[in-house]
Structures are given as structure tokens and as C-alpha cells.
Design a protein around this ligand. Structure first.
Ligand SMILES: Nc1ncnc2c1ncn2[C@@H]1O[C@H](COP(=O)(O)OP(=O)(O)O)[C@@H](O)[C@H]1O
Ligand SMILES: O=C(O)[C@@H](O)C(=O)COP(=O)(O)O
Length: 425
């Protein structure tokens, strides 16, 4: 297998979002959890998206894991590697986007790296280096209240400069609009000044096509699903990938009980939870009790076992920004987040033991904890539920056929949970 594109995603929801985009553009794509073991049977594919849970961990560990993933991808022939980050640039001043980018850039000997989180389909656009979420700058969006990485600066040149050892430049929309040659010229100027990475503006998919065209001639790029779209279209346009051969997988129905778990506290997820009781039984966990010990997860499983044969259920830990801040001030941000993620993993494990084979998880870190606990080695991409969220069919599992949906906290409409289960048959 010689890969046309190698990808390293810094969380599992982000990886499924990118795998979805590449599949929709005609690339045969598989999502793996971590660097695949040698005995994992992978189908013949054009792209592999290696999912890491490296967004919110210590920067040195994120670098080490990302370098191992890059080595594996390059070893399978990937000439270009995309480091997939969040379309809302989720990170802190100590990383991990900058440190991982610096390390991968050094490893592949790239002079200058194109960076853009733009993903117009979900309202993420970049202009003059500033990231917009819908109609507002990042620092005015709900991301300012993210539980782990509150985003309070929309200027990505500044944000990335605080995290990276290299200077950061800008390729603005005016340059991009003049075409690929103008972008190459600007990159050569910046690289000549010793600048190692550039945020590039993008507002429409056509901007991402131009970016993909340029990026494909580099060894490394950094961005969200939008740049994935650009790279995929460039690969197809160049004839390196035959798009007609690809498509989302379907498969035998899985059936059986279905459950949803929400650990995301994002605005979109809060609205989806508020709507869910129209179509399923909903349990709100007590976050304080989760931190106190395992009894809260046991209570959730007992509640679930009474209902799971009657129809789908949703179990949520999610709270409003004020409640999240209060909990964090009592227990610390990382300790609270970790305890809740582990409780969600305990609940997921118990649900699967009780026969659940269709599972929706809301939240990137939450999905990481759940998928790790279930020891799922990889996924094939199925139908699209909402922009950036596909149905995933697990591969290589010991528990037999299983369908999952890993939803980024901010993605999906208000009916997301029932929309997902309609497609997860
Ligand atoms: N009620 C709560 N209070 C504080 N933190 C919470 C609460 N519920 C969940 N969390 C934590 O908030 C984080 C949410 O992150 P994540 O799952 O990545 O969601 P998103 O996709 O919205 O970023 C996780 O670490 C999760 O454990
Ligand atoms: O690019 C995106 O916005 C998503 O793919 C993503 O990375 C989501 O992260 P979470 O919101 O933490 O799930």
C-alpha cells in the first residue's frame, strides 16, 4: 500500500471529521486509533488518518506521538502529511499546535508550512489571519469558554507565534486571490526571511482548492478539514487518485440497543441535549458526584439497564460555562476534565457489556477516552450525519460489528442525536 496522503489528527472527533471529508472527495480512507499495529488488517486505501489524543496533553508527549505517527505514514509512502488540528484552533499558549508543527517540520526538512483552520462548510473562515466562527471572531465565539482551552485571541499569527519556535507569517486573501503562483512567491519571500510557517486566509472552498494545489508540493501542512478538502481535490485533479473508486462504506445492519454519551460542554451540544428528551430517555450526571467516586457511573449504568431495551438513551455530564468554571475552581481544570472523561469511559464500557453496539459520543476528549477504553483500533467511514460527523464502522474489534459517531462538541444541528441514530442501523 502506497499512501497518497498521510494525516495525523490531534483528537478522535477531528480525525473522523477529516476522514469524512477525504472520503466525500473520493479518497479511500481509513481512520486508525494511534499508530496501527502491524497485525491490523488495513484495506487498500489512498489516505490514512492516524488519530491521536494529543490536543490537551503535555507538549513533549504530543510531539513524541506525532513524530511516531509521521514516521509510520512516511514509511507507507506518504509524500505529504497533514497535521489535522481543530477548526477553532483549540490549543493553549504552550501548545500543542506549535510544538508538533515545529517537530514535524524539522523531521521532514520543510522550509515553510502552510497553516489554516478554515472550514467554510461549518462557518470557520480566516481573513487577515483572524479566525471567524460564523459571523464573530474566535474570541467572541462560544470557544472563549471552552473547558480545556478557552480561545481568547482571534489573530492566529499571534496565537501560533506564542507556541512555535519559528516566526509566523501571513499569506493574505489578496495574494491567494491572485493564484497559486502568487502564493508560491509570497511563501518564497517569507522563507527567505527565515519564517517557517504562514497562516493562510481562506473564506470559500475555492480558496482551499488553491491552497491544496500549493500545499501538495510541500511535505507538510497544518489545518482542519478545509485544507483536507483542498489537498484531496488537488490529488484527484492531478490524477494521483482515481476518485471514482472511492465511497462511504455501508455494511450489514448492526441493530440492538443504542446509546448516546455527551461530555462536551459546547453551546451546540448543550442545545442538542436540551432537545434530546423528545426522542430518548435522558440522564444528567452530577459532575460533583463523578469526581467524588465511582458511584455516579454505577448509578448511570443501573439507570441505563432499566431502559436500554425500550429505546435509545442519552447520558450527559455537560454543564453551562458558569457551572464548568465553578467545578474547575473547586477541583482544578485538568483533574475535573480527566475524572469526567474516565467516568464516561466506564459508562461506555458498561453499556457495551450490556449489549450496546451503536454508540454516539459528543466531545473530542470524551470520544478519545471512550474509544481508548473500548479498544477500537480503527474505523471505516460511512454516511454523513452532519457536516464533519460521519457514521463510523469499527474495524478490528473483539466485540464484533459496532457503529459509532464521534461528534465534535461544536458540530451538528439541534436534532443531532436522533439524526445520528436514524443513520446508525
Ligand atoms: N460538567 C462539567 N464540568 C467540567 N468539565 C466537564 C463537564 N462535563 C464534561 N467536562 C469535561 O470538559 C471537556 C470537554 O471536552 P471535549 O470532550 O473535547 O468536548 P468538545 O468537543 O466540546 O471540546 C472534557 O475534558 C470533559 O471531561
Ligand atoms: O475541526 C474541527 O472543528 C473538528 O474536527 C475538531 O477537531 C473538533 O474538536 P472537538 O470540538 O474537541 O471535538
Amino acid at each position: 500500500m502506497k499512501l497518497s496522503l498521510g494525516c495525523i489528527a490531534d483528537d478522535y472527533t477531528g480525525a473522523s471529521d477529516l476522514a469524512n471529508t477525504l472520503t466525500r472527495q473520493g479518497l479511500r480512507t481509513v481512520q486508525t486509533i494511534g499508530v496501527p499495529p502491524d497485525d491490523l488488517a488495513l484495506p487498500e486505501v489512498d489516505a490514512v488518518v492516524i488519530s491521536l489524543k494529543s490536543r490537551s496533553i503535555e507538549a513533549g508527549v504530543a510531539v513524541e506521538r506525532s513524530r511516531a505517527a509521521e514516521k509510520w505514514l512516511r514509511g507507507r509512502g506518504a509524500g505529504h502529511v497533514l497535521f489535522k488540528i481543530c477548526s477553532t484552533f483549540d490549543s493553549t499558549d504552550v501548545g500543542n499546535i506549535g510544538p508538533v508543527m515545529d517537530a514535524l517540520r524539522a523531521d521532514c526538512g520543510e522550509a515553510i508550512v502552510l497553516v489554516t483552520p478554515a472550514f467554510p462548510e461549518t462557518g470557520r473562515t480566516v481573513y487577515q489571519g483572524n479566525l471567524f466562527v460564523g459571523s464573530v471572531p474566535l474570541n467572541e465565539s462560544p470557544l472563549k469558554d471552552h473547558p480545556l482551552n478557552p480561545m481568547r485571541d482571534s489573530n492566529l499569527v499571534r496565537v501560533l507565534a506564542r507556541q512555535s519556535r519559528t516566526q509566523i507569517g501571513l499569506v493574505d486573501l489578496a495574494t491567494l486571490t491572485r493564484g497559486a503562483e502568487a502564493v508560491r512567491g509570497r511563501l518564497a519571500d517569507l522563507a527567505g526571511k527565515g519564517i517557517g510557517a504562514a497562516i493562510i486566509d481562506a473564506v470559500f472552498d475555492r480558496d482551499l482548492e488553491a491552497i491544496g494545489d500549493v500545499a501538495l508540493h510541500h511535505r507538510l501542512s497544518v489545518g482542519a478539514s478545509g485544507i483536507g478538502l483542498g489537498l484531496a481535490r488537488a490529488l484527484v485533479a492531478s490524477g494521483k487518485v482515481k476518485a471514482a473508486a472511492a465511497g462511504a462504506v455501508s455494511g450489514a445492519p448492526v441493530g440492538g440497543p443504542a446509546a448516546c454519551l455527551a461530555g462536551s460542554c459546547s453551546q451546540a451540544t448543550l442545545a442538542q441535549i436540551a432537545n434530546a428528551d423528545k426522542t430518548m430517555a435522558v440522564l444528567h450526571l452530577d459532575p460533583e458526584q463523578i469526581i467524588a467516586g465511582p458511584a455516579e457511573a454505577r448509578r448511570a449504568l443501573a439507570w441505563a439497564s432499566d431502559r436500554i431495551s425500550d429505546g435509545p438513551i442519552l447520558i450527559a455530564s455537560s454543564s453551562t460555562p458558569d457551572q464548568v468554571a465553578a467545578l474547575q475552581s473547586r477541583h482544578g481544570r485538568d483533574a475535573a476534565g480527566h475524572a469526567i472523561e474516565q467516568a464516561m469511559a466506564d459508562i461506555a464500557e458498561g453499556l457495551v457489556r450490556a449489549g450496546v453496539r451503536r454508540l454516539v459520543v459528543a466531545g473530542g476528549e470524551t470520544s478519545g477516552a471512550v474509544v481508548d477504553r473500548l479498544r477500537i483500533p480503527g474505523f471505516l467511514v460511512g454516511e454523513e450525519i452532519a457536516a464533519g460527523v460521519p457514521v463510523l464502522r469499527a474495524v478490528g474489534t473483539k466485540d464484533g460489528a459496532m457503529l459509532l459517531a464521534l461528534k465534535s462538541g461544536n458540530f451538528g444541528g439541534t436534532e443531532f442525536f436522533s439524526d445520528a441514530l436514524k443513520l446508525m442501523r
